[in-house]
Design a protein around this ligand. Structure first.
Ligand code: GRF
Length: 202
């Protein structure tokens, strides 16, 4: 049997890009059969863009403020993703909600990573929410993206213990390490055809 072709990924970022780095590293070592065709940030000057460039991946900044509404911004994203010929879109710390402009352009092929065990602690500052709530187990979730905030169908999760001495920095670092493994593992499953595009049709 011939191996499936590598995944052609577009990665959307807004900041540090440590999850992007985990993906780039997995591609570089051959652990993940994928090509990162483009990295797009809505914020200029973020480390994630530098990480992409250092890996030889085209890195583009499309500032969202330059558009009259979310739809117009998403149309610009779609144009860039299509130009780069990506087949899946990966949100790796991308801090914008998506509209049908992009959701319908890549139906069931957009995934996100969130630093909590959804449906607990959606939205911003999930690790802080978990710490303040006092849960003893939190973690991270990879899910398909829909119009809501961290509400799409869950693909995979990994649990992370909250230690008694944890402060936000230590807990966040532990969740991040779990994220890097989980994200790559899900992408490997997509590349292998074991996870298929999400369909809302029965
Ligand atoms: C991660 O915790 C991810 O779950 C959330 O944003 C953060 C991005 O971190 N969506 P990084 O930019 O990948 O380091």
């Amino acid at each position: 049997m011939t191996a499936p072709p590598p995944l052609d990924l577009g990665v959307l970022v807004s900041g540090t890009g440590s999850n992007l780095q985990a993906i780039l590293d997995a591609v570089a070592t051959g652990a993940l059969s994928a090509r990162v065709k483009i990295v797009i940030s809505n914020r200029p000057g973020v480390p994630a863009l530098e990480r992409a460039r250092a890996a030889g991946v085209p890195a583009l900044c499309i500032p969202h403020q330059g558009f009259p509404n979310r739809e117009a911004f998403d149309r610009a994203l779609v144009a860039a993703l299509r130009e780069a010929e990506v087949s899946w879109v990966v949100l790796a710390g991308f801090m914008r909600l998506l509209t049908p402009e992009i959701l319908d352009a890549y139906p069931g092929r957009i995934i996100n990573i969130h630093p909590a065990l959804l449906p607990s602690f959606p939205g911003l500052e999930a690790a802080r929410q978990a710490l303040e709530y006092g849960v003893k187990i939190t973690g991270c979730t990879v899910h398909f993206v829909d119009r809501g905030v961290d509400s799409g169908k869950i693909i995979a999760q990994r649990a992370v213990a909250v230690e008694p001495r944890d402060v936000l920095a230590t807990l966040s670092a532990r969740i991040h390490r779990a994220e890097h493994e989980l994200f790559v593992s899900v992408l490997r499953d997509i590349a292998a055809g074991q996870i298929t595009p999400f369909s809302t049709e029965a």
